[in-house]
Design a protein around this ligand. Sequence first.
Ligand SMILES: Cc1cc2nc3c(=O)[nH]c(=O)nc-3n(C[C@H](O)[C@H](O)[C@H](O)COP(=O)(O)OP(=O)(O)OC[C@H]3O[C@@H](n4cnc5c(N)ncnc54)[C@H](O)[C@@H]3O)c2cc1C
Length: 405
Amino acid sequence: MRSVAIVGMSLAGLRAAEALRRAGFDGRITAIGAEPHLPYDRPPLSKELLAGKWEVDDVVLRKQGVDDLALDWRLGRRAIGLDLSDRHLDLDDGTRVDFDGLVVATGSEPRRLPANAFPDGDSALDGAFVLRSLDDAVAIRARLEGRPRVVVIGAGFIGAEVAATCRGRGLDVTVLEALPQPMVRGLGPVIGGVCADLHRDHGVDLRLGVSVEAIEGAGRVERVRLADGTRIDADLLVVGIGVVPATDWLASSGLTLDNGVVCDETCLAAPGVVVAGDAARWPNPLFDGEMMRLEHWTNATEQGVAAAERLLASDADAVPFAPVPFVWSDQYDVKIQSVGRFNADDEVHVAHGSLEERRFVALFGRAGRLVGALGFGRPRPVMQYRRMIGDRRSLAEALEHAANG
Ligand SMILES: Cc1cc2nc3c(=O)[nH]c(=O)nc-3n(C[C@H](O)[C@H](O)[C@H](O)COP(=O)(O)OP(=O)(O)OC[C@H]3O[C@@H](n4cnc5c(N)ncnc54)[C@H](O)[C@@H]3O)c2cc1C
């Protein structure tokens, strides 16, 4: 293999480039990224950057610079097509990039409200934002200076973090969520309830089980109208209703697209084509081949490395990618950490602390096996459970471990 193209130069793409060089690959690496920036870190966008504690320079991912990676950078360029038989990419400036190996790391992009929810179908209404990119975060932060009344639509991780950060800046914040609890998809209803209390105690006007009908305003966001007719005044709207994999550009490529680029357990999507990060969907052998697409920082890092190594490996030497999922979120002074894979049907035990004091670790079991752990303000024990899940330990062993210490 003499040349590799990486499409999507954020976390997974950068980690793949680093891993290729670390493994001794000295061929050409073309690094194609739609954003004009060098790779930067997204988690601080809703936390330190929005809070005004960090500046743009602080979110740069590779602080020591990128020159040593000797990449052929194509920033501000979008791949718009992939020809697998001829092994080339088409970019939006009309150029083409030939490759022997390809890393797809195009991540995900925010789901948006339908245009007809906005006055005159104008989804670019002044004051309405999503938060995915550095440019989004910088634009939102600039608005916060004017002390707007903030309405957040969606109480998933991003919406909850934006709400917490804006409350930290002393702003009026209303959160509108269609489901009965915040972060219920990621954390389940019981812990979702703890999160609801956390936000309410910090002064968020949290409205659950509500449906947004329309955004109102003359030339700028002024109100949000709910299906029951309630109107909520707003100067700034942040829509955080989830993400979708950024794979439209691959529609006619021949790769299998199904809620992400589908690849095998070694991250291989086609001969010489690997996929990593938010855009990848693969059968995780650690969870009996359950198809997973993770939208978390640690996965983008780990899978970026695994995918690069797969590209360089022979089929016989290829190693399955079998991580224990890990995600964290910082809200107010609470660190929430989730490891493994759990859902509302799993057995739940609070193994350290208590829900009432809002400092606990909950363990999740399925068919006797430890499948997940959730830490709320208790960061230290969680990583031990990550290891235990990776070792396929039983729930009983985990509970005994908790009881002993
Ligand atoms: C505000 C925010 C806070 C977060 N906080 C946390 C957190 O606390 N904990 C956690 O675990 N995770 C968090 N995440 C999630 C984490 O940042 C993502 O999982 C991670 O960024 C995924 O990395 P990626 O490289 O797969 O994709 P992305 O970061 O989405 O990057 C993909 C890149 O590909 C580019 N691209 C897309 N299409 C093309 C194309 N056709 N051609 C060229 N380039 C293209 C995009 O512009 C983008 O730069 C957060 C995300 C956001 C937005």
